[in-house]
Design a protein around this ligand. Structure first.
Ligand code: WT7
Length: 487
C-alpha cells in the first residue's frame, strides 16, 4: 500500500529446506487486509505455479491455494498465446527502477528508490571489477533474490554483464550439510558470494563435508551483510578457498545500491575482517559526534562525501524522511548509520550499527519495529528489545516484556509473542530471548536506558554510571531473572 502497487506477483508455494510454505495463502491474507482499506490500489494478483507443485499432486493438494476469482490469475493463463517478442520500453535515465523496503530506526520501513541508469551502471560495473568477472566464469550468489544483494548481484549486475549464474532456491544445510560444496563442484563455480552467517553455520560441521567435493574451480570468495569476524574469514580463506582465493569483504547497504567499500581481487592486499578501501569514485570520511572530520587513524561515524551513480534517489513518498535520515545529522555528508575505524594503512573496519538497529544473519532490523509488534499483544504493557551476540546469526534479539496488571508470564504467552513478531515482520525477527520485566530501567525523564538492557542481556556486570536512573533497584531484579537459555 505504501508503494501504491496495482499488481501483486507471487507463487503458489515454495519449499524452504523440507518445509512447505504456502506463499499464496500469506499473500491472500495480506491482500485481504489491503482490501479493507479505501486507500488500497491493488487490483490483480498474478500467481506463478512453482515447478515443485506442477509435478507433484501430493504437494499441490497440501497447499490448498486460496483463490479469489475477481482478483487472482495464474501466470500461465495470462501468458497463454502471448507473443514471445517484447519491445523494450524506453525509459528516462532518472526514472525509478524499483522500490525496496528496508528497516528504519523509527520502526516504519523506508521505501528505498533506485533509478534505471545509475543503479544499473553501478551494479554492472562493481560486479565486473569486484568479482573480477570474465566470460568463462560461473558465478553464484547465495542471497535471497528479494533483498538488495539478490537485486544487485543475482539480477542486475550479473545479467548486465551476460554472466553465467547459478540460481539456487533452498538452504545451505538441506538435504545435507555439504549442499553448497556439492553445487560448486557440480557447476564448476568460480566466483562465490555468500554471508558471514552462512560461513559460521557451515564452520560448525568442520572440514570433512568440504573434502568430499572438488572445489578447485573456485577463484574469488565474496562476503556481504555484516562484519565478518577474523575466525570466519580465515576459515573461508583456508578451508573453502584452500588459500588460493582472495576473500572479498564487500561493505554496502540497500541505500548504496552496490559495493562502496571493498577490496579488488589480487589488487588489494587483504586483512581479515576489513572491507579495506573505497570503490572507484567513492569518498568515505570518518566524523566525530560533533561532525568534525577525523584524519588518519580514527574511529567514528562512517559517512560519504559525494554521491556515486548507484546511490538511492529518495524514500518513496517521503522526501522529508530521506533528508532527515541520511543528511541532517551531518550536513554535506551521507550518513550510513555504521561505526567505523580507519587503521594506519588507511583501511576501513566496520564496527557495526550506531543507531537502534541490529543485524540478524545479515538482515537489518530495527528494535522499534520489533517492540511495536510485541506491544500489540493484549497482555503487554511495554516492550524493550536489544541485541545480544550470537555464534551463528551474529546478533540476535533479547526482549524485555512488562506485562499489564493481572497478566501471567508463561510458555503460551512466549509462543504468542514469537508468533506475533513472525507474522508482523518475518521469521528472521523471531526473538531468541524473552524476559519478564516487572519494570524497565528508565531515566527520570522516562527514557528507557538501552545501554543497561544490553548489558543485562550480555551478562556484563560492570554497569558504569547509573545515576540518571529513576529506580536503580529495577536493574538488580532484571539481572537476577535474566535468561540463560534461548526461549
Ligand atoms: C547494513 C546494510 C549490503 C547488502 C546486505 C545488507 C551491514 C553490510 C557489511 C560488511 C560490515 C556490513 C552494515 C550496513 N553490512 N555489509 N561487509 N561489513 N557490515 O543490506 O539490509 O541494507 O544492511 O549491513 O551495518 O549498514 P542492508
Amino acid at each position: 500500500m505504501d508503494a501504491q502497487c496495482n499488481i501483486l506477483v507471487t507463487a503458489d508455494g515454495v519449499y524452504r529446506g523440507d518445509k512447505l510454505i504456502n506463499l499464496k495463502k500469506i499473500a491472500s491474507e495480506a491482500l485481504d487486509r489491503c482490501k479493507e482499506s479505501s486507500a488500497s490500489s491493488v487490483q490483480k494478483c498474478v500467481v506463478v505455479k512453482h515447478p515443485a507443485f506442477i509435478t507433484s499432486s501430493d504437494a499441490s493438494s497440501s497447499l490448498q491455494t486460496p483463490w479469489d476469482e475477481l482478483c487472482d490469475i495464474w501466470w500461465d493463463d495470462l501468458m497463454d498465446g502471448v507473443s514471445d517478442e517484447c519491445e523494450p520500453e524506453w525509459m528516462d535515465s532518472e526514472d525509478p527502477l524499483f522500490i525496496l523496503y528496508t528497516s528504519g530506526s523509527t520502526g516504519k520501513p523506508k521505501g528505498v528508490v533506485h533509478t534505471v541508469t545509475g543503479y544499473m551502471l553501478y551494479t554492472s560495473l562493481t560486479f565486473k571489477y569486484v568479482f573480477d568477472y570474465h566470460h568463462d566464469d560461473v558465478y553464484w550468489c547465495t542471497a535471497d533474490i528479494g533483498w538488495i544483494t539478490g537485486h544487485s548481484y543475482i539480477t542486475y549486475g550479473p545479467l548486465a554483464n551476460g554472466a553465467t549464474s547459478v540460481l539456487f532456491e533452498g538452504v545451505p544445510v538441506h538435504p545435507h550439510v555439504g549442499r553448497l560444496w556439492e553445487i560448486i563442484e557440480k557447476y564448476g563455480v568460480s566466483k562465490f558470494y555468500t554471508a558471514p552467517t552462512a560461513i559460521r553455520l557451515l564452520m560448525k560441521y568442520g572440514k570433512e563435508p568440504l573434502q568430499r567435493y572438488d572445489l578447485s574451480s573456485l577463484r574469488v570468495l565474496g562476503t556481504v551483510g555484516e562484519p565478518i569476524n577474523p575466525e570466519a574469514w580465515l576459515w573461508y580463506y583456508d578451508v573453502v578457498g584452500q588459500q588460493r582465493c582472495p576473500v572479498i569483504d564487500t561493505f554496502w547497504q540497500t541505500e548504496t545500491g552496490g559495493h562502496v567499500l571493498t577490496p579488488l581481487p589480487a589488487a588489494t592486499p587483504l586483512k581479515p575482517g576489513s572491507a579495506t578501501c573505497p570503490f572507484f569514485g567513492v569518498q568515505p570520511a570518518i566524523l566525530n559526534e560533533h561532525g568534525e572530520e577525523l584524519e588518519g587513524e580514527a574511529e567514528g561515524y562512517l559517512v560519504f562525501r559525494k554521491p556515486w551513480p548507484g546511490i538511492m534517489r529518495g524514500v518513496f513518498g517521503n522526501q522529508e524522511r530521506f533528508e532527515s535520515t541520511y543528511f541532517r545529522k551531518f550536513p554535506g555528508f551521507y550518513v550510513t548509520g555504521d561505526g567505523c575505524r580507519r587503521d594506519k594503512d588507511g583501511y576501513y573496519w566496520i564496527t557495526g550499527r550506531i543507531d537502534d538497529m541490529l543485524n540478524v544473519s545479515g538482515h537489518l532490523l530495527s528494535t522499534a519495529e520489533v517492540e511495536s509488534a510485541l506491544s500489540e499483544h493484549p497482555s503487554v504493557a511495554e516492550a524493550a528489545v536489544v541485541s545480544r551476540p550470537h555464534a551463528v546469526k551474529g546478533e540476535c534479539l533479547y526482549c524485555f516484556i512488562t506485562l499489564k496488571d493481572q497478566q501471567e508470564f508463561n510458555r503460551t504467552l512466549m509462543d504468542e509473542l514469537k508468533r506475533k513478531v513472525r507474522e508482523k515482520i518475518g521469521p528472521i525477527a523471531t526473538p531468541d530471548f524473552i524476559q519478564n520485566a516487572p519494570g524497565l530501567p528508565k531515566t527520570r525523564s522516562g527514557k528507557i536506558m538501552r545501554r543497561v538492557l544490553r548489558q543485562i542481556a550480555r551478562n556484563e556486570k560492570e554497569l558504569g554510571d547509573l545515576s540518571t536512573l529513576a529506580d536503580p533497584k529495577v536493574v538488580e531484579v532484571l539481572f537476577s531473572q535474566r535468561c540463560e537459555a534461548a526461549a
